[in-house]
Design a protein around this ligand. Sequence first.
Ligand SMILES: [Mn+2]
Length: 193
Amino acid sequence: MRGSEMQRITKETEIEASLCFEGTGKSEIQTGIGFFNHMLDLFAFHSGFDLSLIARGDLEVCDHHTIEDCGIVLGSLIKEALGDKRGIHRYGHFTMPMDETLCDVTLDLSGRPYLVYHCDLKREKIGEYSTEMTEEFFRALCMNCGMTLHINVLYGTNDHHKVEAIFKAFGRALKEAVQIDSDRIVSSKGVLE
Ligand SMILES: [Mn+2]
């Protein structure tokens, strides 16, 4: 079973989390930010991973540190659970429709961190969640995982649908990429780091 766990404590946040790729999509998420909990629950459900993430952050400041640091932690957990990446499919792609919205997520567990993010949002907040934090979350995740990630929301009008489609498509694409389908490291260089 490929998994990882970590605890990360700073002056801004305290986070305890664990991840298992060979899971059933069950999650226990507490971040203090309702919409963000909803997003991480959906990520776990659609990836099929088991994810526990308990974060106590300085929400009296705002949601920025908590969401960004959850991205750092989730990226680190994915990287650790991947180990030397032997046998993984490496690439993942999913195009997720959600009512009027269409979202395309493509990723490569290359070891090279890179985020391309195209999503226009009209609202500043969804509940207590700042919509601008979507990009920050995925940037922190990529940087700490060594993932190339392209997020393109092609069209849509409802911001809840757009952000939700991103998290769900990301879960589906990552599920594909971490799948074991050979006994080799899928790189002409012989390493994925
Ligand atoms: Mn929803």
